[in-house]
Structure formats: structure tokens, C-alpha cells
Design a protein around this ligand. Structure first.
Ligand code: NAD
Length: 292
């Protein structure tokens, strides 16, 4: 554990090897840092490994081998107990996160930094499951992790400046750009993005077409992708969940979820992953039928 002296991260433990955990594991291994990727079952790990193999498949064979040699897949998170940093990417449920952080607090070296990739839960709440809340921080990656350039560092009420500094250096090591956000629902990016998407959903509910709204935002506000196409990519269920946490957290009607989003989730129209959201999707080819 020399890393806190040199402020250099030599090994990272990633908890949960799902969509985000596998992406996070990949970018860390690509940066030449050892990473222990853990999940509950071998099947979960295999699925994560498959995602990583696909993610690096366009690189030269030798490069792929070096990346893979930096990763240890395990169902036993104790294998990562000497890591300088842990990044938790388990499902977005406070009870699960608290349990994981309680275990990590007991397992890890007292100097280790414990980070959560949560997109909507409070870092203060998660950190209260540990005896080292000053070493708990949000490291909010964006999907797909190997492609998105941003890492949002979330400063909890108890997070120390040293921990924030360590997070900056880690971001630099893995080639991500950062912003620091305070620990309120939605942090910074979702706080701006999600209400905009919600407003676009209200426009659809009022009878406007998704294509026109998206075209309007692309041509009139210079967005690279329309808000409704983006909503389908993120997942309507994930968006609704984030909106609800903002609505609850601020108790402010400006975050009231659009009823259409609720109906879509009830109907199983989760966006791209379910084949239907504001647009319809086929396995390979996208069609332009709008949801109404
Ligand atoms: N999906 C996104 O676009 C996105 C973006 C930013 C942040 N996030 C956040 O990242 C986190 C993970 O999301 P995801 O989309 O990767 O979810 P996911 O369901 O794809 O992956 C979660 C993984 O955690 C594993 N897991 C469950 N309980 C565990 C435990 N107790 N110990 C170890 N592993 C366990 C599961 O087996 C699964 O592989 C969530 O907090 C989510 O809010 C997601």
C-alpha cells in the first residue's frame, strides 16, 4: 500500500461485473493497472468477461493479451483486499450497497478508498455503513464506459479533500476527464440532462412527434443526439428511477416524472434494450416508428 504516499493507484478491486463493472474493469486494465473483477457467480463473471473481450476485440492480439493479463476474475472479493481503491458497481439498491460497503470496510486496508458508481443514491448514506466515511467517494462513470470521456467525482458530505485528490489522479491514470459534483440527487450531469428528457417526454404526451423533437434539439441546440433517442439508449426505466430520486430528494414538482414515462415502463417499453421505447428497434436495424 505505497500508493497513498505516491498517490498512485496500483491495483483496483471492482465489485459487480455487470454492464458498468465490466466497462470499468476494461478501462482500468487498458491503463495498465491491475484489476480484480468480482461478482457473485462464475456465470456473472463469464458474462462480464465476454463484454470485455468484445470491447477489446479490435485491438492487436498482443495488446489484448496484455490487457487481459491485468485482470483477475473471481467470486471471492477477498482476492482484492490489498487494492488501493475499490469501485462498487452492484445494482442500484441502497440495502445492497450498504451491505457491500460494510463488508469492504472490514476487508480492506484502512487506507483504501471506497468508491461507488451509483447514479442516484446518496454517497453520505452509503458511507455511513463504514467506519471511514472520509474515504468514501462517488466515481460516476457513464455508459459505455470505454467510450464516454467523463468521470463525475461525487463529493459526499464527509469525503475528505485527500480522497477527492486521489480520485483526480486516478481519473488521470485511466485517461478520463473529470468534474466534481456535490452529493445531491442527479449530481451534475443527470440533474441537467434528465429534466430535459422529461420535458421532451411531456412534449410527446402532448402529441408532438419524437422525430421532430429530436431533430429540433439536434439542429436548434446543436446536440449530437436527440433527447428521446438518448432516453431509449439509457433505458426508460433507469431514467424514471433517476427522476423519482430527484423528485423525492428535492421534494420539488419541477422533477415530477412525466406520466408517459411511467406508462412506458409499465408497458415494458424500456427503450433499445426491450426493442421499443420512443422508437422501435430490431436486432440489427432501427426503424423509425415513433411511440405515441
Ligand atoms: N447502466 C448505466 O447506464 C449506468 C450508468 C452509470 C451508473 N450506473 C450505476 O452502476 C451500478 C451498476 O449498474 P449496471 O447497469 O452495471 O447493473 P448490472 O445489473 O448490469 O450489474 C450489476 C452486477 O452486480 C452483481 N451483483 C449483485 N449483487 C452483488 C453483490 N452483493 N456482490 C457482488 N456483485 C453483485 C450482479 O451479479 C451484476 O453482475 C448501479 O449503481 C447503477 O446505478 C449505471
Amino acid at each position: 500500500m505505497s500508493s497513498l504516499l505516491s498517490n498512485h493507484c496500483n491495483q483496483v478491486l471492482v465489485i459487480g461485473c455487470g454492464l458498468m463493472g465490466a466497462g470499468i474493469t476494461q478501462v482500468i486494465a487498458q491503463a495498465g493497472i491491475k484489476v480484480i473483477a468480482s461478482d457473485r457467480t462464475e456465470a456473472d463473471l463469464k458474462r462480464g468477461e465476454k463484454q470485455i473481450l468484445k470491447g477489446i476485440s479490435k485491438k492487436a492480439k498482443e495488446k489484448q493479451e496484455v490487457i487481459l493479463s491485468n485482470i483477475t476474475f473471481t467470486t471471492n472479493m477477498e482476492a482484492g483486499k490489498d487494492s488501493d481503491l475499490v469501485i462498487e458497481a452492484v445494482p442500484e439498491k441502497i440495502e445492497i450497497k450498504r451491505e457491500v460497503f460494510k463488508k469492504l470496510d472490514q476487508l480492506m486496508n484502512p487506507n483504501a478508498i471506497l468508491a461507488s458508481n451509483t447514479s442516484s443514491l446518496s454517497i453520505a448514506d452509503i458511507s455511513s455503513a463504514t467506519t471511514r466515511p472520509e474515504k468514501v467517494v462517488g466515481l460516476h462513470f457513464f455508459s459505455p464506459v470505454p467510450i464516454m470521456r467523463l468521470l463525475e467525482i461525487v463529493r459526499g458530505i464527509n469525503t475528505s479533500e485527500e480522497t477527492i485528490q486521489f480520485s483526480h489522479l486516478f481519473a488521470e491514470q485511466i485517461g478520463k476527464q473529470v468534474i466534481v459534483a456535490n452529493d445531491y440527487p442527479g449530481f451534475t450531469v443527470n440533474r441537467v440532462l434528465v429534466p430535459m428528457i422529461n420535458e421532451a417526454a411531456f412534449l410527446v404526451m402532448e402529441g408532438n412527434s419524437p422525430e421532430e423533437i429530436d431533430r429540433g434539439m439536434m439542429l436548434g441546440a446543436n446536440h449530437p443526439i436527440g433527447p428521446l433517442k438518448l432516453a431509449d439508449m439509457v433505458g426508460i426505466d433507469v431514467l424514471l428511477n433517476t427522476l423519482e430520486s430527484m423528485y423525492d430528494g428535492f421534494d420539488d414538482s419541477k422533477y415530477r416524472p412525466c406520466p408517459l414515462l411511467k406508462r412506458m415502463v409499465e408497458a415494458g417499453h424500456y427503450g433499445k434494450k426491450s426493442g421499443k421505447g420512443f422508437y422501435e428497434y430490431e436486432t440489427r436495424r432501427e426503424t423509425v416508428h415513433a411511440f405515441n
